[in-house]
Write a protein of this length. Structure first.
Ligand code: MN
Length: 321
């Protein structure tokens, strides 16, 4: 998915100053953002008080939406730089096309992982014949400086490993949990796991004390470390934890996101993550005129134009929020 916000506001993120070193329970409420005509998403990251969780820099939760008589998701070709996109579905399907020629239908609990490196473009749409409900999350992972120029590539993993405990099935989206690892390529130590909890389940997840974590609720009624987290909300947990207590009053779907605190300071604007105003401006210009981001073939419609750059210069900020 794309950041379709026409008033694209730059977000400065990364750096140790944003990280909470000890365990906390900070409930993040979403910002409602319209994507095109029919879709509204709940944006959890970047959030007013919290920009990143490990390398996770962008989290949108959408649906479940009844799209039986609608086109559903229609996100025209748009560019990315300096990040990976993660498509994660609980219901429905998304047809992914990109400038490398990839053409894949992503289905529930399959990983669509696109690594932009320095430049890629893609589109995402509900296929013409689609399931009635669409429900999922779109996430970005920031690439560290050492790897942000990698060759762009797209991975589609349809059979991800799981870890089970009574009442809990964890699917490894990225990274590793309890000795089980996702095949998705990562560039910083991080984890993304889908947690399916059965009604009445009580579980304790092993965590890395050096990671910072957050849990997004996608469905059902669950408590995370004693805090009820409603669908569309996310609980930031800080660092310094060795385990995480979970409880479900009904069947519930959560996402565990975490990683080593991201030390580098970033500028995130529209669909780009860079390190300077010049880089962002260059990427914007290249999308408008050049062939750096390639061409997406087969999407029925024109590509997305970039919004105007804000008049005030973008600068990575110091360590204080
Ligand atoms: Mn995108």
């Amino acid at each position: 998915m794309s950041n379709l916000d026409r008033q694209a506001v730059p977000a400065v993120c990364g750096g140790r100053g944003f990280v909470v070193a000890e365990p906390v329970r900070e409930l993040l409420t979403p910002r409602h953002v319209r994507l095109g005509e029919s879709t509204e998403v709940r944006r959890l990251l970047p959030n007013l008080g919290r920009r990143m969780v490990g390398a996770w820099a962008f989290v949108d939760h959408y649906g479940p939406d009844d799209i039986a008589d609608e086109p559903g998701m229609q996100v025209p070709p748009h560019p990315h730089m300096g990040l990976q996109t993660v498509s994660w579905l609980h219901e429905g399907e998304v047809l992914h096309r990109d400038s490398l020629g990839s053409l894949r239908t992503i289905r529930p609990r399959e990983l669509g992982l696109m690594t932009s490196g320095r430049a890629i473009s893609h589109s995402e749409e509900s296929p013409r014949a689609h399931a009635r409900f669409l429900h999922g999350a779109q996430l970005w992972v920031a690439l560290p400086d050492a790897h942000r120029q990698v060759e762009p590539h797209f991975q589609h993993h349809t059979d991800l490993p799981t870890v089970s405990a009574p009442g809990l099935t964890a699917t490894l989206i990225l990274g590793e949990l309890d000795g089980t690892a996702s095949p998705g390529t990562t560039y910083t130590p991080l984890i993304g796991a889908d947690l399916a909890l059965a009604a009445g389940a009580q579980a304790r997840l092993p965590l890395e004390p050096d990671f910072e974590y957050a849990v997004l609720s996608m469905s059902g009624r669950a408590e995370v470390d004693g805090v009820p987290v409603l669908p569309g909300s996310m609980l930031y947990l800080g660092c310094g934890r060795t385990e995480l207590p979970l409880r479900a009053d009904s069947d519930a779907g959560l996402m565990l996101l975490g990683g080593e605190p991201f030390e580098e300071e970033l500028i995130m604007w529209w669909n780009f993550i860079g390190r300077s105003q010049e880089e962002i401006a260059q990427a914007r210009a290249d999308w408008a005129t050049g062939d750096r981001f390639g061409t997406v073939h087969g999407y029925d419609g024109p590509p997305l134009p970039a919004p105007e750059l804000p008049a005030t210069p973008l600068k990575p900020r110091g360590r204080v929020r």
